[in-house]
Design a binder for this molecule. Sequence first.
Ligand SMILES: O=P(O)(O)O[C@@H]1C[C@H](O)[C@@H](CO)O1
Ligand SMILES: O=c1cc[nH]c(=O)[nH]1
Length: 299
Amino acid sequence: MSKGVELKNPNLKNMSSDYLYHLTINVANTVDASDIQQQFGDVKVVCMGGTSSRMRDLALYLRNVLGNSDTSEPIDLAAGGHRYALFKEGPVLLASHGVGSSTASVVLHELLKLLKYAKCQDPVIIRIGTCGGVGVAPGTVVVTKNAFNGYLRNEHEIPILGKRVVRPAYFPEQVIQDILKHGNRSEDGFDTIIANTMSTDCFYEGQGRIDGAVCEYDDAAKLEFLKECHKLGIRNIEMEATMLSSLTLQAGVKAADICVTIVNRLNGDQVEITPETKKAFEQRPFLIVGRYIQGLFGK
Ligand SMILES: O=P(O)(O)O[C@@H]1C[C@H](O)[C@@H](CO)O1
Ligand SMILES: O=c1cc[nH]c(=O)[nH]1
């Protein structure tokens, strides 16, 4: 049975209106948000990714998948906020989130509230990103199972009211399997795997790179750390998985994180693939998620 989004925030019911500031969406009447329901009530899937251009490309890609013949430029519904991009393609909402958990969590809070006010039924949120690989060939697509933080703990740690709050960080098995079954076709030419992900707050030192502006360890220490990651079943490193998994678990909304590796960190730190190859790699999660979405809507 499908269900709406019930958020764990008792304060929301005392708010007669709610301005989703970064999305520039005003929910003028939270009790009767029929305008919001009319515009967003059909949303079943929310795709998120770092950049607005990737989300625009994905919107156009999904247009085909959904059998929509529209050729107009996707409209950025959050353009007025100058922070994030928000597109809607039929029952799919697409939002950019910037780099890292702090920027991604801001837009995720607002998206979750939007799903609630719009009375969306049983939505799923999917991050479609890039990442560093740990012992896998560049171009491999990784669907995250457990998300580890930079302390190599399978949890999301966040300071709230001056206290350290620790929350679980994993993605629901059923969603992982539903996505994975659309990967590894003989024609794909790349592997799609399920693995654990390390999610850090820093691209450089936090991910054990030795090429940042500051570095107080050597290559041997870096490799030891990456091998420890590998032993924990970590095959990719990005910057949002712990936050995304923990916040969606708290909100009771299904989610997944599917990222393509653009460097094998056991071989180096620099991302050296050409922009063309990067663009081609970014299409790989599109393909898998496109098939998943096609499966959902039976087209
Ligand atoms: O979805 P993207 O490719 O933006 O995500 C990864 C993780 C960080 O946000 C960023 C670092 O370059 O790329
Ligand atoms: O190495 C990488 C590549 C992409 N994104 C990351 O966070 N790390």
